[in-house]
Design a protein around this ligand. Sequence first.
Ligand SMILES: [Zn+2]
Length: 280
Amino acid sequence: MPELPEVETVRRGLVPLLEGRVLERVEVLDERLVRPIAPRDAEQLLTGRRVLRLDRRGKYLLLVLDDDLVAVHHLRMTGSFAGPAAEEPRHVRLRYFVEGLAGPVRYNDPRRFGTLDIGSSAEITAYLDSRLGPEPLGPDWNGDALYERLRRRSTSLKAVLLDQRVVAGLGNIYVDEACFLAGVRPDLSADRVSRVGAERLVAAVRARLQEAIDVGGSTLRDYRGVEGEVGGMQERFVAYGRAGRPCLTCGNTMRGARIAGRGTTWCATCQPTNRARKLG
Ligand SMILES: [Zn+2]
């Protein structure tokens, strides 16, 4: 499932294809994608609009259009985009025919959980504000902000970091990666994380997200860049998916269990409490 770095990689791939260009024609091939709007209505709303810019909030991709309209894609499990140069995907659900491009930009989604919402900028902002906390790479998020959220919760740290209202854009991969880098156990009760632990978690989240963005995200199953390119972060995982394998820091066997309903990996030696090793 694409998380913040994968959605950001898609956004960057779409910028040269969409930004500043007019959507000359739009084909919605799956009514589920735009529900509750009817496909023909969605096509009519989008056709003729110019894409002013591409934004991202958490895992949401925003096409900011003229006439105060915003189209919001969420890729969910298996959504992806294919630019004109990429080969035709097997499960195309939408086509953007764009001014000046040789072929359409296609939205592909085998499992059909992805969504496309269309509204005024005020409607979309209200919708996203009700679902999303601060951006982890933005200026509004820091150790104090995270600590204030953690100390009120007695669920696991993992569950709190997965909560999009606490911080936007994290999923299973980058939560495990960040907890390992910060030296904090993901099953620790959130209210037992110290202020220093929260600072370390913020730094670790940022470091793992930034590294992932720099290498084009993680390709595990379906996720690809806009031109079909494979990400590089899966080669660099230090925790995610490494249960039963030796810890890259200490060599002890990594633990695996379900925490917050998600498969979770950690090292009991390197992440013993919230007072573990320092970053770096
Ligand atoms: Zn270890």
